[in-house]
Write a protein that binds this ligand. Structure first.
Ligand SMILES: [Zn+2]
Length: 125
């Protein structure tokens, strides 16, 4: 595993996600202003209100998703610093380079990822 290349990919992905989060923050600020205008204007069309409500909910989904991915990338960068990057957190076996190429922030090997996903579905919430 080329940790230098991995770090470069993680940092590039981090910058992309920061951009997404900042763009969503700006959209969110715009939506809040729109909501304040709604309160002060009595004659707005109901369909426009509905559209703006949907846009606000979409913004939050994007922000939460970007923040969750950022947390995974920070965790992966911490593993790089600790020299544990590329090892499965469950079984300790190396994660394949192909998997890390596709998912630079992967914590688990394919088998353990499937187990974790199953455990989550079975009600650890
Ligand atoms: Zn594993």
């Amino acid at each position: 595993m080329d940790t230098h290349a991995a770090r470069g990919r993680l940092i590039a992905e981090r910058e992309r996600l920061e951009g997404v989060r900042q763009a969503a923050d700006r959209l969110g600020a715009g939506a809040r202003e729109a909501a304040e205008r709604e309160l002060s204007s009595a004659d707005q069309h109901p369909a426009e209100l509905a559209t703006e409500t949907i846009e606000r909910e979409l913004d939050w989904t994007v922000v939460r998703h970007a923040e969750a991915e950022l947390a995974e990338i920070d965790a992966a960068l911490a593993r790089l610093d600790a020299s544990t990057y590329g090892s499965c957190e469950a079984c300790g076996q190396p994660i394949s380079d192909a998997r890390l190429d596709a998912l630079p922030a992967a914590r688990y090997c394919v088998e353990d990822q499937a187990k974790v996903a199953r455990a989550r579905r079975n009600g650890h919430r």
